[in-house]
Design a protein around this ligand. Structure first.
Ligand code: KIV
Ligand code: ZN
Length: 398
């Protein structure tokens, strides 16, 4: 198991590294304005995110200015990171952008897999090892806190990955990130990679290990949690899972998975989960990326029930069909959606909520008419129910 290299974590605390403003923004069509980025960063900080990757300072003047301003405004409870390729100019620019923060990090990366070395980098393994040593040392001269990432780690032979991580730690990296850049790994494999690297690198206890998972096979959250089982203690993620292609691991899912299943994952984060829904709405608005209705935690159906059996259970005891409360993630209340699958119990409860007290005969009649309506209409709104009950019953509200 990894010992932690900074005071910001302990063995059972998971460090949350949010990259909505960097990897999230790399998603086609999701770019944000300067002001929008400041607003997102402020909310992430308030929510308790440990590290905000605010952008890629060399990418553009606008990105540099946003990272710099976020770094300037950040308090001492959050670290602001800027991304840099393994290029001297990138590292200098990232250092300039983040150094104004009370806590700053340079996050530098290089590809390590054979396919990237041969086709993207056109470098040998030995050349890449030299690059890692030189660039991590350069970053370490600028800031105390340096993260190094092995891009495409999950398609890198373990022996070579161990040599790369060893070189990065020797050069001063304090966090080692082993990304599943192309979303290729499965959980057992991802956990095993961390176990092996941590076991084989002599000074692995000098760094915190980090997960960074993409969702190409829909496994980003499962893989991130597997990485924790393998010894990682930082998770890189984005609000709503925003990110390149199928996106990154979703912050809200990770936070609530860990919190809800502490019985099997004895960890926690600092995140104030009651802010998750707000964060999801803000990021959806500024990135113009809608949240799918059935998205875990923050989708509009995450706490909605339509079937009669479920509604009946929910009215008796919410724990029958909800594993967390809506309030715990910032949703006001569970919603029992009235539709053709709803039963009498929920129908009576809805009438009561609307102010109607009905006898058994009236209920039967109204319920039958409600079912007929629900068969014809996709959505049955409160007004529809009020209209159908009409003159038939006396309104308790009058
Ligand atoms: O997916 C990836 O490998 C990345 C790196 C820059 C960390 O985003
Ligand atoms: Zn990524």
């Amino acid at each position: 198991m990894t010992a932690n290299a900074t005071s910001s974590s302990s063995k059972d605390r998971i460090v949350i590294f949010d990259t909505t403003l960097r990897d999230g923004e790399q998603c086609p069509g999701a770019s944000m304005t300067f002001e929008e980025k400041l607003e997102v960063a402020e909310l992430l900080e308030d929510m308790g995110v440990d590290i905000i990757e605010a952008g890629f300072p060399i990418a553009s003047q606008g990105d540099f200015e946003a990272v710099h301003e976020i770094a300037k405004r950040a308090g001492d409870g959050v670290t602001i990171a800027g991304l840099a390729r393994a290029i001297s100019g990138d590292i200098i620019r990232a250092g300039e952008a983040v150094r104004v923060a009370k806590r700053s990090r340079i996050h530098t990366f290089v590809s390590t897999s054979p396919i990237h070395l041969a086709h993207q980098m056109r470098k040998t393994e030995e050349q890449v090892l030299d690059i890692i040593s030189a660039t991590v040392a350069q970053a370490r001269n600028l800031v105390e806190d340096v993260e190094w990432s092995a891009m495409d780690a999950t398609r890198t032979p373990i022996e070579y990955l161990v040599r790369c991580v060893d070189a990065a730690i020797k050069a001063g990296a304090t966090t080692i990130n082993l990304p599943d850049t192309v979303g290729y790994a499965v959980p057992e494999e991802y956990a095993a990679m961390f176990r092996q690297v941590i076991e084989r690198v002599p000074d692995s206890d000098k760094a915190i290990f980090s997960t960074h998972c993409h969702n190409d096979l829909g496994l980003a959250v499962a893989n991130s949690l597997a990485g924790i089982a393998g010894g990682a203690r930082q998770i890189e993620c984005t609000i709503n899972g925003l990110g390149e292609r199928a996106g990154n691991a979703a912050l809200e899912e990770i936070v609530m998975a860990i919190r809800t299943r502490r019985d099997v994952m004895p960890y926690d984060s600092r995140i104030d989960a009651t802010m998750l829904t707000r964060a999801s709405k803000l990021v959806s608005n500024v990135s113009a990326f809608p949240v799918q209705y059935n998205k875990a935690i923050v989708g509009r159906n995450a706490f909605a029930h339509e079937s009669g059996i479920h509604q009946d259970g929910m009215l008796k005891n919410a724990e029958t069909y909800e594993i967390m409360t809506p309030e715990s993630v910032g949703v006001k209340a569970t919603s029992l959606v009235m539709g053709k699958h709803s039963g009498r119990h929920a129908f009576r409860s809805k009438l009561k909520e609307l102010g109607y007290e009905v006898g058994d005969n009236q209920l039967e009649d109204a319920f039958k008419r409600f079912k007929d309506l629900a068969d014809r209409k996709k959505h049955v709104y409160d007004e529809d129910i009020e209209a159908l009950i009409g003159d038939e019953v006396a309104s308790a509200a009058e």
